[in-house]
Design a protein around this ligand. Sequence first.
Ligand SMILES: Nc1ncnc2c1ncn2[C@@H]1O[C@H](COP(=O)(O)OP(=O)(O)O)[C@@H](O)[C@H]1O
Ligand SMILES: [Mg+2]
Length: 236
Amino acid sequence: MAEPFLIGDRMTGGYGGADILHGCTVAVEKGEIAVIVGPNGAGKSTAMKAVFGMLNIHAGAVRLNGEDITRLSPQARVAKGMAFVPQTHNIFTSMTVEENLEMGAFLRRDDISGTIDEVYRLFPILKEKRRQAAGELSGGQRQQVAVGRALMTRPSVLMLDEPTAGVSPIVMDELFDRIIEVARTGISILMVEQNARQALEIADKGYVLVQGSNAYTDTGRALLDDPEVRRTFLGG
Ligand SMILES: Nc1ncnc2c1ncn2[C@@H]1O[C@H](COP(=O)(O)OP(=O)(O)O)[C@@H](O)[C@H]1O
Ligand SMILES: [Mg+2]
């Protein structure tokens, strides 16, 4: 089988002390949605940072479209088409919504107005609030700003760390619908989710991480149907 579009392949590493990731693999195919779930402290955010180049791994590799990018800086990965929305501090709260989107396009030298329009089409509320400080928005709207900002580089891969953290179930469903829409445009989505059950419902592929290792890997559907996974990680 051909290699996935983006793969963090058997990654081992941590923050300088003991390793956090132990041969951990996560991957996503072109235009698909891959979801990483698992208990608190399992290393989900660490795996995302490793894939994005914010963490040195001393074994394993990261490859994008067949190219080894293991040694590239995060900035260089952005230039290669990767975008990352971290779990926290993912917007500039004192800047307006539109300024946040403009900041997202900092690497571009071409006309960004078309991309801003696309983001506003995806998230109409952001157009209404474009002149408001992003910090004044609701939690769900801020997450839209963060995702919209990430889309401004026109990435081929969008990485999201808990995009629905702290939002209501209705807002979560809405955000997941938008994420599906983004994937349908051909952008690969690699995301971490606390709302494991709902996220696996929309996942082409799911990864259950435990203590920095892969516990279960399968399609989202198969993981939801696996009695062991349900009992241990999905609350029955
Ligand atoms: N910046 C850091 N420096 C040192 N250890 C960290 C850092 N960030 C996370 N860790 C540790 O790495 C482990 C995995 O954390 P994390 O990847 O944030 O888990 P998750 O996202 O699955 O909740 C935890 O034991 C955590 O304490
Ligand atoms: Mg985390």
